[in-house]
Design a protein around this ligand. Structure first.
Ligand code: AMP
Length: 293
């Protein structure tokens, strides 16, 4: 496994593989868990060359957010990636990605970038789109792998790929969950034991939302929202940010229930803000993720 820390090293490593038309890429912020590793395994199975990046991207954090305390453990990440037979790990320094003089950003606009997470995290998707386009430029993947965990991010990146005619195929893979339903996230490590217990409220709320959806398949989205909100209200440690039914591509709010749809939820528990979702695909089947035993 090669480790590239500079842009030029990444370019050099990629040039050696210039003849390959099977380059798979998984961008991450590190502190890897089974969610990340499921993306890596798919990339490994479907490509000759697998590149994983680890970069805690400052431009996607708002000033009040947890950039400084975002969890990091590069030695452990490298062990996991080596065991997953990754070919190249790109771990650029801040200065490599944002050298002095950097001024050019990708700015996703409209409801897709400005509602839901976009309202709560101003500038977030601008930072995400910018860094992902930069990474795509350096890695030049044929296929890139993202998690449904960050449903809106996946929609923003898909839109960007279409808008900029990027010559790659995107894969959005199911959410990997703990046995009790909590979606795996690097940020779960911040949860106190009591908060960890309370954090299952997101999954429970989504299940209630799905049930309400199935009871009134052509009904009003308000009933689904209420079902989710009620569950969150029953957990004293949880503060609801939003629980909504949206279109999974445009991220516009749905008023009437139909497929495709995504039930999205964001909840504050202690000092940790958690997000989760259930996806109702266009064919009427649900993607609620995969719980590990
Ligand atoms: P992050 O390191 O949080 O930026 O995540 C890197 C990639 O892993 C993103 O595409 C995430 O959506 C994905 N990811 C994070 N958590 C999970 C999970 N529990 N299941 C599946 N994918 C995930």
């Amino acid at each position: 496994m090669r480790i590239a820390t500079a842009v030029q090293q990444m370019r050099d490593a990629r040039i050696e593989w210039a003849a390959s038309n099977e380059v798979g890429f998984v961008p991450t912020m590190g502190y890897l868990h089974e969610g990340h590793l499921s993306l890596v395994r798919h990339a490994r199975a479907e490509n000759k060359l697998v590149v994983v990046s680890i970069f805690v991207n400052p431009t996607q954090f708002a000033p009040h957010e947890d950039l400084e305390r975002y969890p990091r453990d590069v030695p452990r990440d490298l062990q996991l990636l080596e065991a997953a037979a990754v070919d190249i790990v790109f771990i650029p320094t801040l200065e490599e990605i944002y050298p002095s003089g950097f001024v050019t950003y990708v700015e996703p606009t409209g409801p897709l970038a400005e509602q839901a997470e976009g309202t709560r995290r101003p500038g977030h998707f601008r930072g995400v789109a910018t860094v992902v386009l930069k990474l795509f430029q350096l890695v030049q993947p044929h296929q890139a792998y993202f998690g449904q965990k960050d449903a809106q991010q996946a929609a923003v990146i898909s839109r960007m790929a279409a808008d900029f005619h990027l010559p790659l195929r995107l894969h959005v893979l199911p959410i990997i969950r703990e046995a009790d339903g909590l979606a795996m996230s690097s940020r779960n490590v911040y949860l106190s034991p009591e908060d960890r217990f309370a954090a299952t409220v997101l999954y429970r709320a989504l299940q209630a939302g799905r049930l309400a959806f199935e009871e009134r398949p052509a009904g009003n989205a308000a009933a689904v929202t209420r079902a989710m909100t009620d569950v969150v209200a029953s957990e004293p440690r949880a503060v609801l940010d939003y629980a909504e039914v949206r279109d999974p591509h445009s991220f516009l709010l749905l008023e009437s229930l139909h497929a495709p749809a995504v039930l999205v939820i964001a909840v504050q528990i202690g000092s940790v803000r958690l997000i989760d979702n259930f996806l109702l695909r266009a064919d009427g089947s649900w993607d609620v993720g995969i719980a590990l035993q």
